[in-house]
Design a protein around this ligand. Sequence first.
Ligand code: GDP
Length: 296
Amino acid sequence: MAFEGLTSRLQNVFSKLRGKGKVSEEDVNEAMREVRLALLEADVNFKVVKDFIAKVKEKAVGKEVMDSFTPGMVIIDIVNKELTELMGGSQAKLAKSNKPPTVIMMVGLQGAGKTTTAGKLAKMLQKQNSRPLLVAGDIYRPAAIKQLQVLGEQIKVPVFSLGDQTSPVEIARQGLQHAKDNGNDYVIIDTAGRLHIDEELMEELKQIHEVVKPDEVLLVVDAMTGQDAVNVADHFNKQLELTGVVLTKLDGDTRGGAALSVKAVTGCPIKFAAIGEKIDALEPFHPDRMASRILG
Ligand code: GDP
């Protein structure tokens, strides 16, 4: 399960604090040293950890906390609140255009879960009585178009495709027009990924962006890749102005680094969490619930 190591380490730290009737400044410092190590070991970005610890300390080392009846509990509560803030505070909702269709562009590296997530998102929107259209814009990965078509059939959502001989920019343009002509209120455009970020890919994504003017640019990142996921997010964000992140594979044994760093590093909110391969394994990301889950 995700965050297992982090959770058990934090629980150790906090069970020591919880048992104390009185908490000294040294106790807080000691606890924070351990929290710091636990976060670093969970692959959380170094600077993010530093700022986080400073914030918690500032709030925890006060007379009010020290004099409370349950100082340990108060400190845990402070950590919980700061973790929630770190991951964005409140839940960041999917954009909705006043002038439908709302256009969503899915971007990310190959294998992150873009195509799967596009299908999951379509299913989620359909459940909310929307009429999404999926657009098959990943013409380079041989199986991507077929994969999207199969997903579309499974959930009964139409898939717009022009095969793999038309440029993705043109596919996106025509896909959007198709949605307008057919009264689809959401268009979800699957785009190509590469194994590594490359300029050609970015250029193509920028061109699609220019043509469809998306309301959402969702970066799909594999949470299992930790710091790498955050670096990828940072890079994409600088090139494309992301509006949100989807963390995938949170059902795996991710250490937590990506979930805890990506918002702080990029400023871009995590909007969804994918928690499995099945079509309904996608949920809105709730920072407060995730913080509670991490604290165990
Ligand atoms: P793309 O190259 O970014 O389009 O990636 P795909 O959508 O093809 O996904 C790559 C692999 O990751 C597939 O085997 C998916 O089933 C798997 N996958 C996607 N999301 C999740 C998830 O949340 N959890 C797990 N365990 N696997 C996932």
